[in-house]
Design a protein around this ligand. Sequence first.
Ligand code: FES
Ligand SMILES: [Fe+2]
Length: 362
Amino acid sequence: MNFNSQNVSSNRKPKTFNNPERFIEGWYWAIPSDNLRLGEVKPITLLGRDLVIYRGKDRKAVTIDAYCPHMGAHLGEGKVEGNELRCFFHQWKFDREGFCVDIPCLDEPLPVKLKAWPTAEKYGIIWVWTGEIPLQPLPFVPELEQKECNVALVSHFVTNCHPNVVIINAIDTQHFNTVHRLPLEISFEKQELNQNAITFNNTTRGRESSFLIKLIRRFYKNAVTYSVCYWYGSTSMVTFGPDFLHLHIMFTLRLIAEGKTEGHTLLMMKKRQGILGWLCNRIVLWLANILGQSFFKGDAKLFEKMQFNLKTPIKADQPIMQFINHLERQTALCWGTWQQTRSLYDGESRENRDKWRDALND
Ligand code: FES
Ligand SMILES: [Fe+2]
């Protein structure tokens, strides 16, 4: 693959990217925290798997497989008792690790266990890790790591494209000029944070001839801030704004049936001190929500009908290729069963693998 020419041919088909049967092992949004009250149990389908999620008296959200190991009743009909969940049908009871702890007609419970999934809450959302033990943290904006922030959950949507395709919109440099008509000349520098997170940071100061850029440039010490941090190929954190006022948009997506996407949009800012700081953040978040709605209209229209096929990548598409390359190296699971798949590089010669990686890393 040669990025020196304007037209870059790609003869590799990614195995996980845009695949309606696969997703990356990681943290995924389950439901907004406010939708699960104390003592409540809710059925959810997450990446094709039926689960229930409940909140016990210790306020912790718990996620377990949906079907009772006795006779298969859906535990969403069950009842929360303390920190445990009782099946509606024959009243067997399960603890938060999924162990059966009571069978009313027997003196002792049987050694049966439901699968329980690591569950956490952050940004007003309940997140579930789709494997045994979380290997990476919940998605975060690098500059906000360990910092408190104000969050607004602004939209919930479904769209016809695969989450990977929707999410790369934020690094599709050409479309900022064509769809959004922004006078930016974005050029990214990529950095892999870990196996599941990659960032793209803009390095340019915008178009010289643009009045708008001349106007806003005084608020940027260096490059015009625009950075994107991707987690698990399905959650992105987009950071922009002048040096004194960074705004962050989180798009957190998951794959639903037929290769479509269901997701949430959140707006975030670093918490400011005092009542004035709080008010400033509220106003900015409110304004950003209003402006954002019209900004994303063009993208939303595209995703309804698009059939992604990057047949003719050019140099400007390099960040997208780098995203795909990073994604293909993450652990992929099968939609529905959550079983591990074989990796992209299984069966590839080491030489081929390195060649592809080098071409993308230059
Ligand atoms: S099916 Fe749940 S207790 Fe019988
Ligand atoms: Fe866009």
